[in-house]
Write a protein that binds this ligand. Structure first.
Ligand SMILES: [Zn+2]
Length: 334
């Protein structure tokens, strides 16, 4: 293994231990940044993170200028049945009677509420808080904030690293701070937010354990923290190894297991619920990376031939069995 001399060994972000072994040598399969990158596993607690790696000041270079933050999956969150569910289970009583009083049909039967509830949880839909303050960390161009505004949220804030995306969200009327979470979050008073949301951000942080403690301070007692990430004790990570899209070297800096997420939240949060998302794109991308590297398997051929839309149902099934790599988490501040 040829580790560049300039690379730094990172202490375990979870437990601080300095002993680790390199479990994987990979490349930037997605954006083609030159060089090799490494995944280390802590000898003490088993947490997995990028180490040795380029020093922190190079992290900004990991993101090409055309890099687009993950945009939230488009979903028909305001179908008639969903409106009823949001009113009934998530406290959105103020959604207009007009849109709620839709003629009952088989599609609005409570029978399918468990599917709607699953969809609402996957989409990180918070319980409604009248006059509540909501912050999205990594708000991109503001599409999630806009969706929640349409559901009745009023006091909405965002933090975004990419200036052009932040400008766009500002134009939509949201109060957005440009910058990294670590410094941006300090501007808010403690116990300030009813809800903090963050989609596919924590895996990009050098130390999410420390940041989540900071985030917790800003949430009122009983408030909600909802976020999504990828997990490595998943079928995709096992199937694809170093070609697994969830490594996204060098942009992803940490690789959670379910237990790491729970440990990260245990001090400040309770009522922790983790749902797994359908992940067709992760199968497609991982199979593409392995095929492009000349190591494609028969299964990769099948996956790529079928395409994302045709394997979606299969990944939904795997998600319900809690096996897929993408997860949505909700929890309550103690
Ligand atoms: Zn450790």
């Amino acid at each position: 293994m040829n580790i560049p001399e300039s690379y730094k060994r990172i202490n375990c972000p979870k437990c601080g231990n300095s002993e680790q072994r390199v479990t994987c040598e990979g490349k930037d399969f997605w954006h083609g940044l030159p060089g090799a990158f490494f995944v280390g596993e802590c000898a003490a607690c088993g947490f997995s993170f990028q180490s040795p790696r380029p020093a922190d000041e190079f992290i900004a270079d990991f993101y090409p200028s055309d890099y687009l933050p993950h945009s939230p999956a488009s979903e028909s969150i305001v179908s008639p049945g969903m409106v009823q569910l949001l009113r009934k289970r998530y406290g959105y009583d103020q959604i207009s009677e007009k849109s709620a009083n839709i003629k009952a049909s088989w599609r609005t039967l409570p029978l399918f509420d468990f599917i709607r509830r699953y969809k609402a949880d996957v989409a990180l839909t918070p319980n409604f808080v009248s006059d509540g303050r909501l912050l999205e960390i990594g708000c991109g161009s503001g599409s999630t904030l806009l969706r929640l505004k349409r559901l009745g949220w009023g006091k909405m804030y965002g933090v975004e690293l990419m200036p052009t995306a932040a400008d766009h969200a500002r134009q939509l009327g949201f109060e957005v701070t440009t910058g990294d979470i670590d410094s941006a979050i300090d501007q808010f008073p403690d116990n300030y937010f009813d809800v903090i949301i963050s989609a596919m951000v924590v895996e990009h942080l050098p130390n999410p354990f420390r940041i989540v403690q900071k985030v917790a301070k800003k949430i009122k007692s009983g408030g909600q923290f909802l976020f999504s990430t990828v997990t490595r004790d998943s079928i995709e990570a096992r199937m694809y190894g170093l070609y697994w899209f969830g490594y996204d070297l060098p942009r992803h800096l940490v690789y959670f297991r379910d237990v790491d997420i729970r440990d990260m939240l245990a001090r400040d949060f309770d009522n922790i619920a983790i749902v797994h998302q359908p992940s067709a794109l992760d199968f497609i991308r991982s199979a593409t990376f392995r095929t492009a590297a000349g190591r494609g398997t028969v299964l990769d051929k099948v996956v790529l031939r079928l395409g994302a839309s045709r394997i979606e149902w299969m990944t939904l099934l795997l998600a319900l069995l809690r096996m897929t790599d993408r997860v949505s988490i909700r929890c309550r501040k103690k």
